[in-house]
Design a protein around this ligand. Structure first.
Ligand SMILES: Nc1ncnc2c1ncn2[C@@H]1O[C@H](COP(=O)(O)OP(=O)(O)O)[C@@H](O)[C@H]1O
Ligand SMILES: [Mg+2]
Length: 305
């Protein structure tokens, strides 16, 4: 507790943002295009595991406790992706790119989701964190118009038309130098294009669970497990590594992150899921409460118990 307070005070005393110089950043990005080892992104280190490690790469749908943790984790991830669907597409969302911060001492956090008309909660021993933004589309226009979006980074930095007969830089863009400039998303690049958003591509994480799981193996007849199995089965993802954006609403199909969030949201509100989730933590201690306003009326809030 005292460490946490010290840390917060330390953060408050910093004035990184006041000293932040947009021209330095622009120059670093321009240099980084041809000298990629000169540019890096520093992230806080998370003492964590990944979804991949949690399941040792093998997902067993008959292991009911781990399925219920997985449902809470996936709901948390897709609730965020849904809200940011026009501002962020990860483009490489797989089980090793979602880290899980484990609440210390086998405690749990209560995550309260505030939505326009209602409020619901889940107890969880993990807080998921998405990492590895190398191929991501980001649009910060609403946050800061001077930074703008990942499309502008490409058009400003890449003054080398890679489609021309005489490109200035050597090698393959995104591997030898450059930031993986793709002019348009298409089948050949698995629809990965950091210059435009794609509301369907981040279904890749769900697709991997669907493909690795024998859904018929569920012995338990709990309604929420049946529903989760149906949900995974309904995920549409065209190719091995990518899919074009699909905004159509089709009965029995999950075509984009919005529909994924909707599906997972209704599973975590099913009476038997709520009961199971409560029972899992009955003898455990609450570490804190995380409030998330999915209607984006407020920033998230975390309070320690
Ligand atoms: N902020 C972090 N805290 C702790 N571990 C991290 C962090 N970022 C990355 N890692 C670890 O390093 C691995 C590789 O990092 P990642 O950014 O995914 O790069 P790559 O492009 O090689 O996949 C991750 O799967 C994770 O295990
Ligand atoms: Mg990675």
């Amino acid at each position: 507790m005292s460490n946490f307070k010290k840390y917060l005070n330390f953060i408050r005393k910093q004035n990184y943002l006041e000293n932040f110089n947009i021209h330095d950043l622009e120059q670093s990005i321009i240099n980084g295009c041809t000298h990629r080892y000169e540019l890096c992104l520093l992230l806080q280190y998370y003492e964590s595991t990944s979804i991949y490690n949690l399941y040792n790469g093998v997902f067993n749908i008959q292991d009911i406790p781990s399925v219920s943790h997985l449902i809470s984790i996936l709901h948390f991830v897709y609730e965020g992706l849904d809200k940011l669907k026009d501002m962020f597409t990860h483009y490489d969302l797989h089980t090793d790119n979602v880290l899980l911060y484990k609440i210390p001492n086998d405690n749990y956090v209560k995550i309260i989701y505030h939505d326009t008309s209602k409020e619901y909660h889940v107890k969880s021993k993990y807080i998921p964190i998405i990492i590895d933004y190398g191929h991501s589309f980001i649009n910060c226009d609403e946050i800061d118009r001077s930074i703008n979006n990942s499309n502008q980074i490409f058009t400003t930095v890449c003054n080398n038309d890679i489609r021309s007969d005489n490109p200035v830089c050597d090698g393959v863009c995104g591997w030898d130098s450059g930031f993986f400039y793709n002019n348009l998303p298409n089948k050949d690049n698995y629809y990965i294009c950091s210059r435009v958003p794609n509301r369907s591509h981040d279904l890749k994480l769900l697709k991997s669970f669907r493909n690795e799981t024998n859904l018929n193996a569920i012995k338990d007849t709990s309604p929420y497990l049946q529903e989760f199995s149906k949900f995974l089965n309904n995920v549409f993802f065209q190719d091995q590594y990518g899919t074009p954006e699909l905004n159509t609403i089709e009965m029995g199909k999950i075509n984009n992150v919005e529909q994924a969030a909707e599906g997972l949201r209704s599973i975590i509100q099913m009476p038997d899921f709520i009961q199971y989730n409560e029972n899992l933590f009955i003898s455990k201690k609450k570490y804190g409460t995380l409030h998330i306003w999915v209607d984006q009326l407020k920033e998230f809030e975390f309070t320690l118990d």
